[in-house]
Ligand binder design. Sequence first.
Ligand code: DGL
Length: 271
Amino acid sequence: MDNRPIGVFDSGLGGLTVVRELLERLPHEDIVYFGDTGRVPYGSRSPEMVKHYAMQDCGLLLKQNVKYIIAACGTVSSVAGEVLKALPVPAMGVVEPTVEAALAATKTGRIGVIGTAVTVRSGSFEQAIKCARPDAQVFAQACPVLVTLVESGWVEENNPATEAVARQYLEPLMDHKIDTLILGCTHFPLLAPVISRILGESVTLINSGAATAAKCASLLQQRDMLSASDSMGSCQFFVSDQPYNFTRVAEMFLGRAVREDVRRVDMEGIG
Ligand code: DGL
């Protein structure tokens, strides 16, 4: 048993889609979340910069004495695997659990992936899919503008601007007749209703947040690292820019009010 908190980080708000699923699956765990809201988006930066940020983000969580770290960010998970492996606590990203869920869901082996430019350029999801199922066909599409729309809270199913942008990104994938779509950026589960409406019921959406939280829960159980507490766990939130916008949009991500303090940290001071 291990009563220390689980650390979760993302470039901004997207990783809260993992936190939401963790809260459901592991209600007795304490969670420390860091959203690097002052430096979002990561998805249009160089892989070197993303690794550097990931190292700093993990450093901040380790200072909070976390027992496990989840890189709840498709971009970090795609290019900073070596940073996660070198940590003094176990860590995981979103690629492997999400790919496992997609492979379990697909019938035709025609799988779409949407993510940031860095994620798509890295080929991380495609490699993991092909490794497990070499005959699969993978069609990837970078959707950077969707990240901005989500950070701005433009997630309503009937938002015409969001629908127009999503349609433009998704049409090429529809032409490839995919039966499964990986939401390879943790911001995108919030757009699932818009995406589903465009793609129709024949395409199964794979939510990286749900797949990752489920995998984390089973790993902690296997390693006997779950909390021994039987009271409800607490959440602590840290951000690197002013917290007002975070709180407003975070409520949409979490599906509940954010009553906890959201603390601002200065990433300039972190080596
Ligand atoms: N949430 C991040 C991801 O999953 C994307 C946002 C960004 O570009 O920083 O890739």
